[in-house]
Design a binder for this molecule. Structure first.
Ligand code: AMP
Length: 400
C-alpha cells in the first residue's frame, strides 16, 4: 500500500510517497515559489535528485507535476496513479471542529473553510492543496491530519486561558498546541525503544526546530504543551517571540505605530533568536557568532536554553515526575550545545547528561545520552511527521 503525504504552504508544496508495507519513502520533494516567478521543482527518488525550474502558476499544476514525476517511466516509482491508495494532508489548525484525523468530504471541507482564519497563513494553503489533489485524483481517499489533534487530551485546566468563559465558548479561544504529529511519534518511539508500555511512562518531548514546542506526555497522552492558540506561544524561536506579556506588545505597537496585524507579524517574523541576536534565526549561525564573541548571539542562545529548561521543570511538576526527556527536530537532533545548556544542573530532578555521549551523538538514529547514574532517560529521536500522517491516513480511511 502506498500513501502520498502532502504538506501545502501558501507558495510551496512538500510531498512524500510512502510504502506502508516497509514504511519507507519511495520518493519525496518540494515545489517552491508556486504562483511566483521562477518556480522550482525538486524530486528525489532512487537516490537521485531532479531539480527543474518549471512554471507553477498554482497548486493544481504543482500536484500534476508531482504525479507526472511519480509515474514517469524513467525516474518514477509507480506505474500509474491508481497505485496511490490514499493521500494524507497536513493541516496546522483544527480549532475544536476536528479532534482527530478526518476523511475529506464536501462537509469536512465546508468546515475547513469556516475555521481557516484560525491559521491564516497555513490553513487556506491546506485547502488549496486538498482541492488540487482532488482535481487530479477525485476517487482517491484523502485524510486531513491536524498538528493539533495529539493535544486534545489536555485537561481543561491546562488548555484554558483565564479569559471570560463566555468568550471561550463563543470563539473557542484556548490552547491548541502544535507539532502534535511529531510529539506523538517521538513519544511512541521512546516507549518502543525503552521496551516499556507507553501507558506506564511520563515523557517530556522537546521538538526544537525553527518552531519549537515542548509537551508533557503521560501514559501516551498529551497533558500539556507550550504552544498556545497559535504557534507563537512558548519558548522563543527562530523568528517568533514565544511567550510575551500582551501589555508589552501593546506598548510597542503604540510606540511604533503598528496595528494589530503588523504587531502580530512582527512577533512572528522579526523576534525570537533573530530579533535578540540581530545575527540569524539559524542556530548554526548563532553558535558561530557566539564563539566569535558576539554577545547578543550568546544572549539569544542562553534565553532559548533557559526557557526550554523552565518548561521541562514545569512539566516534570505537571507529570508528577519524569521517566524520559526526548529531543527531536533540527535543533533537538543536531545541536549538542543546546541540549547541554537545557539540561545543565538538573541532577536534583534525576536528570544527568553524559557530556561525551551528548557531543558524539550519532545522527539519524535513536540515541541515549544520559549518564549511567541518571534516573531519567535522555533520548535523541529523529522525528518523522510524514510517517505519522501516512499511518493516520491508513487508519482513518480504513485502508489497512
Ligand atoms: P527544523 O525546523 O526542524 O527543520 O529545524 C531547523 C533548525 O534546526 C535550523 O534553523 C537550525 O537552527 C537547526 N539545525 C539544523 N541542523 C543543525 C545542526 N547541524 N546544528 C545545529 N542546529 C541545526
Amino acid at each position: 500500500m502506498k500513501i502520498l503525504v502532502i504538506n501545502s504552504g501558501s507558495s510551496s508544496l512538500k510531498y512524500q510517497l510512502i510504502d506502508m508495507e516497509t514504511e519507507s519513502v519511495l520518493a519525496k520533494g518540494l515545489c517552491e515559489r508556486i504562483g511566483i516567478a521562477n518556480s522550482n521543482f525538486v524530486y528525489k527518488a532512487h537516490g537521485q535528485t531532479v531539480e527543474q525550474q518549471i512554471d507553477m502558476p498554482d497548486h493544481k499544476v504543482a500536484v500534476k507535476l508531482v504525479l507526472d514525476k511519480l509515474t514517469d517511466k524513467d525516474v518514477g516509482v509507480i506505474a500509474s496513479m491508481s497505485e496511490i491508495d490514499g493521500v494524507g494532508h497536513r493541516v496546522v489548525a483544527s480549532g475544536e471542529a476536528f479532534k482527530k484525523p478526518t476523511l475529506v468530504t464536501p462537509e469536512t471541507m465546508r468546515v475547513m473553510e469556516e475555521i481557516k482564519d484560525l491559521a491564516p497563513l497555513h490553513n487556506p494553503a491546506a485547502i488549496v492543496g486538498v482541492k488540487a489533489c482532488l482535481s487530479q485524483m477525485p476517487d482517491t481517499p484523502m485524510v486531513l491530519v491536524f498538528d493539533t489533534c495529539f493535544h486534545f487530551t489536555m485537561p481543561d485546566y491546562a488548555y484554558m486561558y483565564a479569559i471570560d468563559y463566555a468568550h471561550y465558548e463563543k470563539y473557542k479561544i484556548r490552547r491548541y498546541g502544535a507539532h502534535g504529529t511529531s510529539h506523538k511519534y517521538v513519544a511512541e518511539e521512546a516507549a518502543k525503544y525503552l521496551g516499556k508500555p507507553i501507558e506506564d511512562l511520563k515523557i517530556i518531548t522537546c521538538h526544537l526546530g525553527n518552531g519549537s514546542s515542548i509537551s508533557a506526555v503521560k501514559g501516551g497522552k498529551c497533558i500539556d504543551t507550550s504552544m498556545g492558540f497559535t504557534p507563537l506561544a512558548g519558548v522563543p524561536m527562530g523568528t517568533r517571540s514565544g511567550d510575551i506579556d500582551f501589555a508589552a506588545a501593546e506598548y510597542l505597537a503604540k510606540k511604533e505605530n503598528m496595528d494589530v496585524s503588523q504587531t502580530l507579524a512582527y512577533l512572528n517574523k522579526k523576534c525570537g533568536m533573530l530579533g535578540v541576536s540581530g545575527v540569524s534565526s539559524d542556530f548554526r549561525d548563532l553558535s558561530a557568532a557566539a564563539d566569535g564573541g558576539n554577545d547578543r548571539a550568546r544572549l539569544a542562545l542562553d534565553m532559548f536554553a533557559y526557557a526550554t529548561k523552565k518548561y521541562i521543570g514545569a512539566y516534570a511538576a505537571a507529570l508528577d515526575g519524569v521517566d524520559a526527556i526526548v529531543f527531536t527536530a533540527g535543533i533537538g537532533e543536531n545541536d549538542d550545545r543546546v541540549r547541554a545548556g537545557v539540561l545543565a544542573n538538573m541532577d536534583y530532578l534525576g536528570v544527568k547528561l553524559d557530556a561525551d555521549k551528548n557531543s558524539h551523538c550519532p545522527r539519524g538514529v535513536i540515541a541515549e545520552i544520559q549518564a549511567a547514574d541518571s534516573a531519567v532517560k535522555i533520548l535523541v529521536i529523529p522525528t518523522n511527521e510524514e510517517l505519522v500522517i501516512a499511518r493516520e491516513t491508513v487508519r482513518e480511511a480504513n485502508l489497512a
